[in-house]
Ligand binder design. Sequence first.
Ligand SMILES: Nc1ncnc2c1ncn2[C@@H]1O[C@H](COP(=O)(O)OP(=O)(O)O)[C@@H](O)[C@H]1O
Ligand SMILES: CC(=O)N[C@@H](CCC(=O)OP(=O)(O)O)C(=O)O
Length: 312
Amino acid sequence: MTTHSDAKHDNRDDRQRTRDWVATARTLSEALPFLQRYERKIVVIKYGGHAMGDAERSREFARDIVLMKQVGINPIVVHGGGPQIGEMLERLRIQSTFVDGLRVTDEAIVDVVEMVLAGSINKQIVTAINGAGGKAVGLCGKDGNLVRAKKLLRTRKDPESNIEKVIDLGFVGEPDQVNPAVLEAFFGSDIIPVIAPIGVGANGETFNINADTVAGAIAAAVGAMRLLLLTDVPGVKDKDGHVIPEMTLAQAEAAIADGTVTGGMIPKLETCIDAARRGVEAVVVLDGRVPHAVLLELFTEHGAGTLIRRTD
Ligand SMILES: Nc1ncnc2c1ncn2[C@@H]1O[C@H](COP(=O)(O)OP(=O)(O)O)[C@@H](O)[C@H]1O
Ligand SMILES: CC(=O)N[C@@H](CCC(=O)OP(=O)(O)O)C(=O)O
């Protein structure tokens, strides 16, 4: 039962939140001149399953996205949901394994992946953004053929024979063609697209695509000025566990090749390299657990995490 003192406490929290909010908006408006050189001001935010955290963090993230839209930026949210897919598979007693951070996806698993990503999580994020005063529309790569995909052929060198072998990951895809027209319709409007990383194959098959990969392909296709990959670590770490503030493309490639990064950080760094090569000016891996991480990164000098960009 809510007591009178609880209600008073809530009111105080609300006032504090409003004060924080106003301070943030002021910082934003001061920083705005930096944005003027970008015509369309598109920022793609990859919201990882690990970064989602609890309800309060989701509300905070939603408010930040709405604020971005209100100050004239076009945010596109691409979300993951790896841990949430894992929980659902466990409830259904379906085993799943990973190769280089990618979930091996058979026919039964791809159904669960689509249900969790395009159904449950997509709608949770849409609801959170709308609850924060925005107008979000949820899509997956099938909508408007936004992400046409093909089967991902991953190869690995056999240590004994030294021969490259193809590893069959089942219905794991990679973007083949992104149709930016589906998203361009939203840029002049107040709608915020929220995208689940499901692709559609040439024969209508459903492909499970790593969310970082989809975010990178979309950022490149729409000419985003920034790609922000929100995760559950403060950035890319070196072998001693220290966060690397900035990486060139060659350093990022070396970190994958020499095993400095493993698991889910592999597709993340591959995305950074690919997006930077395809014209996204700055790609940042940052800690989504930090309050207002996206606003801090975009509008202040206190941007944290690892910045990857072309230096040539
Ligand atoms: N060198 C590294 N620096 C930082 N994180 C790393 C590194 N190598 C592996 N990782 C792992 O990558 C994870 C982030 O990838 P992932 O779990 O797929 O996150 P998300 O769900 O946010 O996409 C981190 O939690 C960490 O365990
Ligand atoms: C092929 C592949 O691995 N797909 C991912 C899609 C979700 C995802 O990428 O979620 P995070 O960003 O939260 O890790 C998966 O099945 O988990």
